[in-house]
Design a protein. Structure first.
Length: 368
């Protein structure tokens, strides 16, 4: 466990707060930590502890006089790799591969464990949780599982507290077996003020490289609807495993463990705007028909208009005929090299942070 502190001039200094010994104190802390109002830190280790399998611990780090002391507060649940979250009353919530649990202070310096939900797996429940559940203001917990759900490709769940400490689970979304909506959600979700849920999948999507998704909150008694905000394609990263961060403008930030434009494919940091404007691209050509060797002008119009200078690609199937910059939402491309016959041409606007991608209608350009 370490702390990084700014020392001025853009420099930082590192302080090691605690070094795990690999025994009963735990080993291999996999996830992040949280801090309570008193400055104590809480987290989990993937291994170590006093349980027979040495399958991990839940720990607390407390500061006194500038020194930090570690205390294992529970190690019988085999907490695995998911972190913990804390409610306003100081209760901790976490997850194992098979269950979601609560640790409550007992008033004597100890903690009382409770399994609040056992994950039953396919087809009506999730299975294998690797990230900490997330609390909403009403005290509901949300999380993801790698597997389980209707198709065994992962799920998003909600746990709601009830009377006498009983919790009720509802699967909000099961990822489908075609993979187009994403597969194997690894990281925790984030929630916005309207109750929409955002997360990532490590695989699936259009290219199989993972997605950023949104579950739109239902109106009334409706159900959550999934919307893919981004499909990764190696060059912009693939396999996002870390949790997203949501800023005040509604933009999402995250990382991937692989991919990128460099030769190492060692991962990227990315930003996604869920409120990017949808665009519509329209393509026309003139003259049409034309004669062999005659100059043909293709004109693409993108509505609403993205910033000047962004590029339109003019495509015949998978072959790029050329590119042209946008000016006031319009871009033109001229060519006299089209072969005799009919060429099917489209115009493609890629996207930017504030404007979504779109592909135009297909123009059948006839050359005589």
């Amino acid at each position: 466990m370490f702390e990084l502190s700014p020392v001025g001039g853009g420099a930082w200094t590192e302080t090691v707060l605690y070094s795990f010994a690999g025994g009963t104190d735990g080993a291999n802390p996999w996830s992040g930590v949280i801090m309570d109002q008193s400055g104590n830190l809480y987290g989990t280790t993937g291994n170590g502890g006093s349980n027979e399998a040495q399958a991990g611990t839940v720990f607390e780090l407390s500061q006194s006089g500038g020194n930090w002391t570690e205390q294992v507060i529970y190690d019988k649940f085999q907490p695995g790799y998911a972190g913990v979250t804390m409610d306003a009353a100081g209760n901790l919530f976490g997850a194992t591969f098979e269950a979601v649990y609560e640790l409550s202070p007992n008033g004597s310096g100890g903690w009382t464990p409770t399994v609040i939900h056992s994950l039953a797996g396919v087809p009506k429940d999730g299975e294998d949780e690797w990230s900490a559940p997330v609390l909403d203001p009403a005290g509901n917990l949300y999380g993801t599982t790698l597997y389980g759900g209707a198709s065994n490709y992962g799920a998003v769940y909600k746990l709601s507290p009830g009377k006498k400490g009983k919790w009720t689970e509802k699967l909000l979304y099961s990822f489908k077996n075609n993979g187009k909506d994403g597969l194997v959600p690894y990281a925790a979700v984030v929630l916005d003020a309207a109750g929409n849920i955002y997360g990532t999948t490590t695989a699936g999507g259009k290219t199989g490289d993972g997605t950023v998704f949104e579950l739109e909150a239902p109106v009334g008694k409706g159900s959550y609807k999934e919307k893919i905000l981004w499909n990764f394609n190696v060059t912009d990263g693939y396999s996002p495993e870390g949790s997203l961060i949501l800023d005040s403008a509604g933009h999402l930030y995250g990382t991937t463990i692989f991919g990128g434009s460099g030769g190492t494919l060692a991962g990227v940091a990315f930003e996604v705007n869920p409120s990017a404007a949808a665009t519509n691209t329209t393509l026309t050509s003139s003259p049409n028909p034309s004669t062999s060797g005659e100059m043909v002008t293709f004109t693409a119009v993108v509505d609403p208009a993205p910033p000047d200078g962004e590029t339109i690609a003019f495509m015949e199937g998978t072959t790029q005929l050329g590119t042209s910059p946008l000016t006031s939402g319009s871009a033109s491309f001229m060519t006299s090299a089209l072969p005799v016959g009919a060429s099917k041409v489209t115009a493609v606007y890629a996207d930017d942070l504030n404007f979504g991608p779109s592909t135009s209608n297909t123009v059948k350009q006839v050359v005589k």
